[in-house]
Design a protein around this ligand. Sequence first.
Ligand code: COA
Ligand code: AMP
Length: 240
Amino acid sequence: MQDLISIRMRASFKNAHISGAERICKKEKVSQIINELLKRPKFYDFISIKTEEVKEVEFIKMPSIRSFDFKSVEEARAFAKALLENAGIKKDIANNVIEIISKGAAFGKNMRGAMIIDVDSGVRLEENKEKGVRTIKVDWEDRDSAKQILLSSGYKITDRALDALALVSKNIRCDVIAEVCWSDDVDYTTGYVVVNKTYYRINPMKNFGDPFGGRAYFIKAENLKNVINCLREKAFLVML
Ligand code: COA
Ligand code: AMP
C-alpha cells in the first residue's frame, strides 16, 4: 500500500483547548483535508496542523453499537457503572473512576488525554496526571460511507460520535479492556462505556453546563508499556 499521512489538528483560544481531530489519508488528498480541518473549530486564536507519514496501517472492524437514554445523570451513571461491573471491574473501582472524571481528573481540571486505570487495583498508571495518554493514528477507511451506512441503519451518528467510534475501535485493538468517557464540552452530554467489544452510548452522562469530562482506559498493569506504544504508534483504519 502507498504511504499514508496522519493529519492532526488542534485549536485553542486563550490557551484553552477548543477542538482536535485526526484524519489519515493518501498524499494527494492532504491539502483538501487540511482545508476541511481548518474549518472545523468554530473559533480559535491558535491552530496547529501537523502531518506525519504512516508507513504501516492495519484495517480493523468497529465494535457493535448500542444507545441508551435516561431521565437523569444519576441513572445514566448507575447504568455505566453496572456495565463496568458486569465486565468484571470491581464496584468501588468503577465508582471511583466515574467520581474522579466528574470532579476534573487533573487536580480539579480536565485532563488533556485519558487516565489509564489498572483494572485489578484501580490505581492510575498514567505518568502525567494532567496530560494522560492520547490515542492517535486512527481514522475511518471511508468516513463518508461509514456515516451514511450507520445513519441509514438507524444510528443517530454525529461527526463527533464517528470520531469517538474510531478512537474506541483502535483502543480495543490496543488491549484496552474497558473504557468510560464523556466530553468536557458544556453543550454535549452524551458519553459512553465500552465493554466486551461493544460501544454503549449513554445519555446524559452529565448535565448541560457542567464543564467536567474525561476518559479512562482500563488495562492490565503489566501491559502498560505495550498499550501506550500501541495507542501512540500503531496506525489503524476502521471499517464497518
Ligand atoms: N485536549 C486538550 N489539549 C490538547 C488535546 C486535547 N484533546 N490535544 C492536544 N492538546 C494540546 C496539549 O496542550 C498538548 O500538549 P501535551 O502533549 O503537553 O498535552 C498540545 O496540544 C500538543 O498536542 P499534540 O502533541 O500536537 O497532539 P497529538 O499529536 O497527541 O494529537 C489530537 C492529538 C489533537 C489529534 C487529539 O487530541 C484529538 O483531538 N484527536 C481526535 C479525538 C477525537 O476524535 N475526539 C472527538 C470524539 S471523542
Ligand atoms: P472530548 O470528547 O473530545 O471532549 O474528550 C473528552 C476527554 O477525553 C478530554 O477531556 C480528554 O481528557 C480526553 N481526550 C481527548 N482527546 C483524547 C484522545 N485522542 N485520546 C484519549 N483521550 C482523549
